[in-house]
Design a binder for this molecule. Structure first.
Ligand SMILES: [Fe+2]
Length: 366
């Protein structure tokens, strides 16, 4: 708990510093400086006006406001750095008004692109081959990290499921963080009904992420109600369990890494038919060594949101929080896929990535 309080205090301090920096930087614009010579208070009030942008995003939540503020400060800081380099090279002082305006304009464009990348859902396709017998090609659609309520409400989620339907999957897997603490019950129920209307022949499977069961107690539905809504719509929840899908392949759904008693990979795969194709669903991509050692064929994860806000993914990778942030790789014969998710937690921008549904075709090697 102390760690989180320290993190919160550091974030508040950074946000306050960003506020001060942006305001002081705007106050140095020539017209505002001139205004200050006659009306000091008025010039400071005008300097505060750009902070209306983060204040507006506070309507969504405090994280959105912080992201907007941080990007304004960062782009101004970069423009000041560039000006300083040019001043040093030319050995003369520049008027930085234009650089400041361009910096704020670029920040707005950058965030607008991030907004679009978070709200538009792309379809990403992969094709993998296997020496194992599958009884024909298999198409799996992976959907993760809908975090209902931030970029997608229940109706939006239902509309996005049209893309899943058009992909004509054999099986659909929901790889965690379907909901979080801020999801409304109505959105959860609508999204569960949408899952129930998918007509994949082998059905819809679900694993829990770290947010699905809720960290706090303020949302208006319980974990039990989520479980019941999924079950009523025919969605199969796998919690350290294996489903033999029509005798063709095995789906091994893991509990989230945050679950204290989750089974290890060796225990999960013990006794399974090694001739069958093994697909593991694991919300957080950070047990790659064990999963490769267990000799499974494919591991599907989410959780990272593909980095969400640049450069968070790279920092996470450097800190060893995840084995992979986005995309696919093969380790010791095991294929891994991490999706950036159909949405993401709390922040309605994606500057490090985009929202997606993943369609995977698995074929028998000729
Ligand atoms: Fe997660």
């Amino acid at each position: 708990m102390t760690f989180w309080y320290l993190l919160l205090a550091a974030a508040a301090l950074i946000a306050l510093s960003a506020c001060v920096y942006v305001t002081r930087r705007i106050h140095r614009f020539t017209p505002i400086k001139r205004l200050g010579e006659r009306h000091a208070l008025l010039s400071w009030l005008v300097s505060l006006c750009p902070l209306a942008a983060p204040a507006l995003f506070y309507i969504i939540n405090v994280y959105s406001a912080a992201i907007v503020l941080m990007h304004m400060a960062l782009f101004l800081l970069i423009s000041d750095g560039v000006c300083r380099v040019i001043e040093a090279a030319k050995k003369k002082k520049l008027r930085r008004d234009l650089a400041g305006v361009i910096a704020l304009g670029l920040a707005a464009v950058y965030l607008a692109a991030g907004w679009y990348q978070a709200h538009h859902v792309w379809v990403t396709r992969y094709e993998f081959e296997t020496d194992k017998s599958l009884g024909g090609d298999i198409r799996v659609v992976e959907v993760a990290d809908s975090h209902l309520g931030i970029t997608l409400d229940g109706e939006d989620f239902a509309r996005e499921m049209e893309k899943v339907r058009s992909a004509k999957p054999d099986v659909v897997v929901i790889c965690g963080d379907f909901v979080d603490d801020d999801t409304e019950k109505e959105d959860m129920l609508t999204a569960c009904r949408a899952l129930g209307q998918l007509d994949a022949p082998y059905g819809v499977y679900f694993i829990y992420g770290n947010h699905d069961k809720g960290y706090f107690r303020y949302r208006n539905f319980t974990s039990r109600e989520l479980r019941d809504a999924l079950a009523e719509n025919g969605v199969v929840i796998l919690e350290d369990e294996t489903a033999d899908v029509d005798g063709r392949f095995l789906l091994i759904g893991r509990q989230d890494r945050s679950t204290p008693d989750r089974a290890d990979m060796m225990a999960l795969t013990e006794g399974l038919d090694p001739e069958k194709y093994h697909i593991v669903l694991d919300h957080q991509p950070n047990d790659y060594a064990a999963e490769a050692e267990a000799d499974v064929d494919l591991v599907l994860s989410g959780h990272t949101h593909g980095g969400h806000i640049f450069p968070a993914g790279l920092i996470g990778l450097a800190m060893g929080s995840n084995d992979r942030v986005y995309g696919t790789e093969e380790r010791d014969g095991t294929r891994f896929v991490v999706t950036s998710g159909i949405s993401g937690w709390a922040i309605p921008f994606k500057t490090g990535t985009f929202s997606e549904i993943v369609v995977i075709d698995i074929r028998e090697r000729d």
